[in-house]
Design a protein around this ligand. Structure first.
Ligand code: UDX
Length: 434
């Protein structure tokens, strides 16, 4: 099949590469001339394990190409994907649909033959109908159907998620659209991965509800963690004990410094707005948003406590600043709240992160970037473990403790146990919820 993928951000690029790997002919479109040139030259703009090899393979096979010319890509495509950004709109928390609607109009003008226009961007309920209206307005003769096909891939595991999904969700209203979507995903349905067909609104809702549920699950365990600290329980044991109940499940029950990233913060805010607008406020999600902010701030108090209430002239080594491991993404990372608070309180902050510097340098002024975690910890009064990169899971703790001025650790991802840290020579350890 011929596919046009509008938008070469995270979702567009991964989806485009994966569809071409299924054997489809994919043309990826972006307005950013420099980005398209770099992609053509084989440069990958984001850090995502496996993506570079997948792009290379499919470009070489002639199935994957890049252009800035939307009309040329859309001409003759059987499926046109909209995978542009839907950031939070300034001021009101709504998803900003400027890029989605702009793409819809351009697609409308460019459509020649029959096509299915598929929205992959996360969009509020009702947007697919607006996309259809915009296409129709731009080109009353256009022969097209719309489909909603939300994406559930996680950064750092995106290709694996695309190739081995728990489910694919497809919102359609016509048999023609359903057929095209079935054909696109045949390589997955042949391997027994479920493709769930729903109406447009349900598909749009599934994406928000899924992300809001996961954000709620994390926030729930983060609140339980705070309570565990007060009553002398260990949240890791509690999460394990409740997670074994199949109805609860053991995933997304890791207490930490609060969720971040490109999806949960944005999508919970958007869902809360949708609820308010329809006079059916999703109160639980409104609370989750508020509590997650408090969770991040609670981490600052923890660090302060470890340093006897003052950070002035303390040297702090922060290990990990990206919102999670295996990504260079800093969007809504807890580090963006925590690190400036440390700097603001007078601490000298050194950061070690395998991928974070590239984006983090502009976002976190007043810090030093030191690649090697041991070097970052040398002479430090405290090490704060903020992102659970594999590199930080197997640290030689004794070696680190020897290098520090005051060997203390705030392990905000609970990757170490108090006993092993203290045995290695640290004098103080604090985790989350233990
Ligand atoms: C998420 C969804 O998982 C994915 O389905 C959707 O398409 C996009 O949003 P992503 O943002 O890549 O994916 O990251 P994810 O692995 O879900 O983690 C999100 C945040 O939650 C991170 O900040 C992570 O550190 C945090 N988290 C996750 C926890 O604090 N505890 C957990 O148990 C799990």
């Amino acid at each position: 099949m011929r596919i046009a993928m509008i938008g070469t951000g995270y979702v567009g690029l991964v989806s485009g590469a994966c569809f071409s790997d299924f054997g489809h002919e994919v043309v990826c479109v972006d307005r950013d001339v420099g980005k398209i040139e770099r992609l053509r030259a084989g440069e990958v703009p984001i850090f995502e394990p496996g993506l570079e090899a997948l792009l290379e393979k499919n470009i070489a096979a002639g199935r994957l190409s890049f252009t800035t010319d939307l009309a040329q890509a859309v001409d003759g495509a059987e499926a046109v994907f909209i995978a542009v950004g839907t950031p939070t709109r300034r001021g009101d928390g709504h998803a900003d649909l400027t890029y989605v609607m702009g793409a819809a109009q351009e697609i409308g003008r460019a459509l020649t033959g029959p096509a299915v226009v598929v929205t992959k961007s996360t969009v509020p309920v009702g947007t697919n109908r607006k996309v259809a209206d915009a296409i129709r307005a731009a080109n009353p003769q256009a022969e097209f159907d719309v489909a909603s096909n939300p994406e559930f891939l996680r950064e750092g595991a995106a290709i694996d998620d695309f190739m081995h999904p728990d489910r694919v969700v497809v919102g359609v209203e016509s048999e023609r659209a359903r057929k095209v979507m079935a054909e696109l995903y045949r390589p997955l349905s042949l391997r027994e991965f479920p493709v769930v067909y729903t109406g447009l609104e349900s598909a749009e809702m599934i994406k928000y509800a899924a992300n809001a549920f996961l954000a709620t699950k994390i926030t729930f365990i983060n609140e339980i963690a705070a309570l565990c600290e007060r009553v002398g329980a260990d949240v890791k044991a509690v999460a394990r004990g409740i997670g074994m109940d199949g109805r609860i499940g053991d995933k997304f029950l890791h207490a930490g410094p609060g969720y971040g990233g490109s999806c949960f913060p944005k999508d919970t805010r958007a869902l809360a707005r949708i609820g308010q607008e329809h006079a059916a406020p999703v109160q639980i999600v409104e609370t989750v948003i508020k509590v997650n902010d408090e969770v991040k701030r609670r981490m600052i108090d923890k660090i302060l406590d470890l340093c006897e209430g003052s950070l002035r002239d303390r040297t702090i080594a922060v290990l990990g600043v990206t919102f999670k491991p295996n990504t260079d993404d800093m969007r809504d990372a807890p580090a963006l709240t925590i690190v400036p608070a440390l700097v603001g309180a007078g601490a000298k902050v050194r950061i070690s992160d395998p991928q974070g510097r590239h984006e983090g340098e502009a976002l976190l002024p007043g810090v030093k970037w030191i690649e090697n975690p041991y070097q970052a910890a040398t002479g430090a009064d405290l090490v704060v473990l903020l992102t659970e990169w594999n590199e930080f899971r197997g640290l030689d703790l004794a070696r680190m403790a020897r290098k520090m001025a005051m060997p203390r650790m705030a392990d905000l991802r609970n990757i170490y146990d108090r006993d092993e840290v203290l045995e290695a020579g640290f004098t103080a350890y604090v985790g989350v919820g233990r």
